[in-house]
Design a protein around this ligand. Structure first.
Ligand SMILES: [Zn+2]
Length: 264
């Protein structure tokens, strides 16, 4: 207890109480790799949360969708209650609980995905979402939509953290036109609309899932190219609880606490 420099007690609107102990010690980061052997590009989306350059993808999990639907329902209920009445307060609290549940679920999922990828790859390539890119023509609508979803920055943060923790590299490359560029020949498909799920290259005829192409473009922009054109097939990453992983830390097996999955 003498190493604790600060204690903070926090009560969330749902009534959940957190007691936070602040202990300062050097971060146990992994040694940086001298020769990274492989890299992975990750394209982030809304319905399909993440498309990975090896063909795997992470769909928005069903329990998460159900929780979000419940939130919308509770918001409607709340709007019909008299402000500050007993029922209003009760609904307000249930709403806060549901929001917290969604937050827990997302974080757990994102950290697990980051852990999974950081075990398999040395370099993570993500889109650099800077403001200049966002105001560029063409993809502006999609980007703005993405920017509003705060889950994005959280997902990026969780993936990054897991890589850095294992001594691996995170690269951010320009996000401009990633969906319209052909991974194979670098040509641009100007006619690709937001609704098109398949990318067709008008220059070389290459056809691929839109998001998978984008994740491969990211990889190429970071300087990683595959010598041959592999055959790409999309595979879903099994949704929770299968994604829950057994983590080994300093020789002992640690099973990730995943209480968030059980509720709801
Ligand atoms: Zn092409």
């Amino acid at each position: 207890m003498d190493r604790v420099s600060q204690v903070c007690v926090k009560m969330h609107p749902s009534g959940r109480i957190y007691i936070i102990f602040l202990v300062e010690e050097p971060e146990p980061l992994g040694e940086p790799l001298e020769q990274p052997k492989n890299a992975v590009g990750v394209d982030l989306g809304i319905a399909r949360l993440a498309t990975i350059s090896d063909g795997r993808f992470l769909e928005k999990p069903k329990p998460l969708e159900r929780s979000l639907e419940r939130i919308r329902m509770l918001q409607r209920t709340l709007s019909r209650k008299r402000f500050l009445s007993k029922n209003w307060l009760k609904t307000k609290r249930r709403l806060a609980e549901q929001h917290e549940h969604v937050g827990d679920f997302r974080r757990d999922l994102f950290f697990n995905l980051g852990f999974l990828l950081a075990q398999e790859y040395d370099v993570l390539v993500l889109e650099d979402l800077n403001v200049q890119d966002l105001i560029q023509k063409g993809e502006a609508g999609k980007r703005r939509l993405r920017l509003h979803d705060s889950a994005f920055s959280e997902l990026r943060g969780c993936l990054k953290w897991e890589f850095v923790k294992q001594g691996k590299t995170v690269l951010a490359v320009s996000a401009y036109n990633t969906s319209r560029e052909c991974f194979l020949c670098g040509g641009i498909n100007q006619n690709l609309s937001l609704e098109d799920r398949i990318f067709n290259c008008p220059h070389c005829g290459f056809t691929l899932d839109r998001d998978l192409n984008a994740s491969l473009v990211l990889l190429r922009r970071a300087g990683w190219v595959t010598p041959i054109v592999p055959v790409f097939e999309l595979h879903p990453i099994p949704p929770p609880p299968c994604l829950r992983l057994v983590r080994g830390r300093q020789g002992e097996a640690v099973i990730r606490e995943a209480s968030a999955y059980r509720r709801g």
